[in-house]
Design a protein around this ligand. Sequence first.
Ligand SMILES: O=C1O[C@H](COP(=O)(O)O)[C@@H](O)[C@H](O)[C@H]1O
Length: 274
Amino acid sequence: MAAAAAAANAATSVKKKEKSSLLVFDSEEDLSVALAKYTAELSGRFADERGAFSVVVSGGSLIKSLRKLVEGPYAESVEWGKWHVFWVDERVVPKDHPDSNYKLAYDAFLSKVPIPPGHVYAINDSLPAEGAADDYETCLKQLVKTGTVQQSAATGFPKFDLMLLGMGPDGHVASLFPGHPLLQEKERWVTFIKDSPKPPSDRITFTFPVINSSANIALVATGAGKAGVVHQVFGDEHTMSELLPVQMVALEDGELTWFADKAAASKVQDKANL
Ligand SMILES: O=C1O[C@H](COP(=O)(O)O)[C@@H](O)[C@H](O)[C@H]1O
């Protein structure tokens, strides 16, 4: 059974919209269990099919929701040696800084499983934002050449096996914020921002063409603070307002699955009676 279909079986309710599904779980704990199972299934499939699994993570609350993946049975059964880990966005701070997305993932996740250190692609934190974005893009281009990261035949952009993404209460994904000109970037794989409305100001981020070339995306929304955005995406009312960044996540040739807890889906449930 496909990973998303198995996760849907564990959800309390499922709502489909265009090319995405919203899975709603009774609690963040249940969501975390289903997210671990979904990720482990995809890991097994890609490790078998192509001998590698390229995984992109965001920062923020998503990392806490990955906690079940580093516990039994997955801690033992996942082929961690085949994982290659990337960040969809990173704050331009030293790796041991409390704002670092690398540090967040390392402390809660990466330090607990045997992923080879050479398979963990953190940014070069000695460079300013522009240089760090160039450096990360060069690294990705090399990994696409060697086949560690696949390339989308449809778009020419890298095609990551799985992106595990959070989103902000304002609807931002990665470091792509509402109304920012970076939302329109069409050429670059990785770019930089020096005026992030959410501190810290200097960050690097994947662009939408890369995000939207993924094979699978899990978009994770937990807590009441995300309810307005989940409603804007999955509610049945049609507003004419400008699309939020999270509404611009639209896979060219892949599967987009939203994982939400009851609190994050509360406004959709009220209105749509899932
Ligand atoms: O600044 C960031 O925020 C978003 C959302 O974080 P959350 O704590 O509201 O879930 C995160 O996805 C992104 O990676 C991070 O840099």
